[in-house]
Design a protein around this ligand. Structure first.
Ligand code: PLP
Length: 438
């Protein structure tokens, strides 16, 4: 493999052309194992960023891809439709919260978020045109430590510090950020008592800005890339109540949490609430192809389309790509067989049994877990180059960032796989070289 070409000419996620870190060459992947060109076999602890929930090369997903290629890989979605899209949307609506009724298929998570924000803006535009006493609302209220994607509108509702808002000042719209709730740890299936102070800042901001806020957007229960924070379901219950009280739409970004990752099919089920708009992505095709969806209620969809535009103003070239839809349908069919519940519960049981032991290491600030998510927060940042090689030497694939080492293995991982991942983290905690000295 021409790794020198890779280093000199190809950008990887969030990398520098000036000092690129080495990348490990992958030859193939199967089940929970990633095979490197150099012969090492790694147990995957990342599900390729929340996506490969059923593992690599799953026979049912491979089969769906092969059959769909033999029929057609792509046709445009304007004026044409096809069974892969229809089957997929039926599956999405049968799994999604009961009030969801219309599906917009998008090409990636960030685009699904853009679409959700546009829906909310068009909703208020239409409402104003029907009743001019309603103001046109164009602000979003969200949480610190949130992450919603890399495109501009998605960035504008992502935590200002990790989306580098400063750099894009003048270009990014300024939205409203409320304090993010404290981290809570579920134990034996029970949440500790909720601290009502958690909601105060959010309550103040939604009250103050009620006539400007088109929607609240947040990641339910788990704030992912912005800090791997797990918070209390009661916070979400209060958010839903406040949105209802002020007539503000609620967008739940379940791109990371959707399809079982937190131990519920959707994280909002921990709080028994429903969104007005729901974003899903990542695990939708189990990592085979890029596909996401924005799902909404009949009321929102119909209001959006009743403005002078007469339609929802979005339609990407590769919308509802049949190949991606066919694979996503097969992936959701696996979800519907319900093995995920047992699988995620057993990953969670191993986390609950093994992760607390890591608290004894002085480097460890906090350990937390929920469903198929395990997080080890350290006091100092990892030395990326050293720790990455360390994990590969240990036969695992774990990709930390900053002060966070986290695991979100494929659902099909067995207990030995999970224990090996946790042992590799423990051995890194025993190797000071893996961390940046303070
Ligand atoms: C990953 C992620 C996104 C962005 O999805 P992409 O497919 O990377 O564009 C948005 N929201 C959340 C919560 C995510 O985890």
């Amino acid at each position: 493999m021409d790794l020198q070409f890779d280093r000199e000419h190809i950008w990887h996620p969030y990398t520098s052309t000036l000092s690129p870190l080495p990348c490990f060459p992958v030859k193939s992947a199967e089940g929970v194992r990633i095979h490197l060109e150099t012969g090492e076999v790694l147990i995957d602890g990342m599900s390729s960023w929340w996506s490969a929930i059923h593992g690599y090369r799953h026979p049912a997903l491979d089969q769906a891809a092969h059959s769909q290629i033999d029929a057609m890989s792509h046709v445009m979605f304007g004026g044409l439709t096809h069974d892969p899209a229809i089957s997929l949307c039926k599956n999405i609506l049968s799994l999604a919260p009961k009030n969801m009724n219309h599906v917009f298929l998008a090409d990636s998570g960030s685009v699904a978020v853009e679409v959700s924000l546009k829906m909310a803006l068009q909703y208020w535009y239409a409402k104003h045109s029907q009743d001019t006493s309603q103001s046109i609302r164009s602000k979003f209220l969200t949480l610190e430590h949130g992450y919603h994607g890399d495109t501009f509108a998605a960035m504008s509702v992502t935590d200002p510090n990790n989306s580098m808002h400063k750099m894009y000042k003048g270009f990014l719209p300024e939205h409203i950020f409320a304090k993010s709730p404290e981290c809570y740890q579920i134990q034996n299936g029970h949440w500790p008592e909720f601290n009502p102070d958690d909601i105060l800042d959010f309550e103040t901001k939604i009250t103050e800005h009620q006539h400007e806020i088109a929607a609240v957007i947040l990641e339910p229960i788990v704030q992912g890339a912005g800090g791997m924070r797990l918070y209390h379901p009661e916070f979400l219950v209060r958010v839903r109540q406040l949105c209802d009280q002020f007539g503000v739409l609620l967008i739940l970004d379940e791109i990371a949490t959707g399809f079982g990752r937190t131990g519920k099919l959707f994280a909002c089920e921990h709080a028994n609430i429903q969104p007005d708009i729901l974003c899903v992505g990542k695990a939708l095709t189990s990592g085979y192809m890029s596909l996401a969806a924005t799902v909404t209620t009949k009321a929102v969809a119909n209001m959006v389309c009743s403005s002078e535009a007469g339609c929802f103003m979005h339609g990407p070239t590769f919308m509802a790509n049949p190949l991606a839809c066919a694979i996503a349908t097969a992936s959701l069919n696996l979800i519907k067989q319900n093995h995920w519940q047992q699988q995620v519960a057993s990953i969670e049981a191993t986390f609950e049994q093994k992760l607390p032991m890591l608290r004894k290491y002085p480097l460890v600030k906090d350990v937390r877990w929920l469903g198929g998510i395990g997080v080890i927060e350290t006091h100092v940042p990892v030395n990326m180059e050293v720790i990455q090689q360390h994990f590969v030497d240990q036969g695992v694939w774990i990709r930390p960032f900053g002060r966070l080492i986290y695991l979100m293995p494929p659902y099909i991982s067995n207990q030995c796989d999970i224990i090996q991942l946790i042992s590799a983290v423990e051995s890194a905690l025993n190797s000071p070289m893996c961390f940046i000295a303070n």
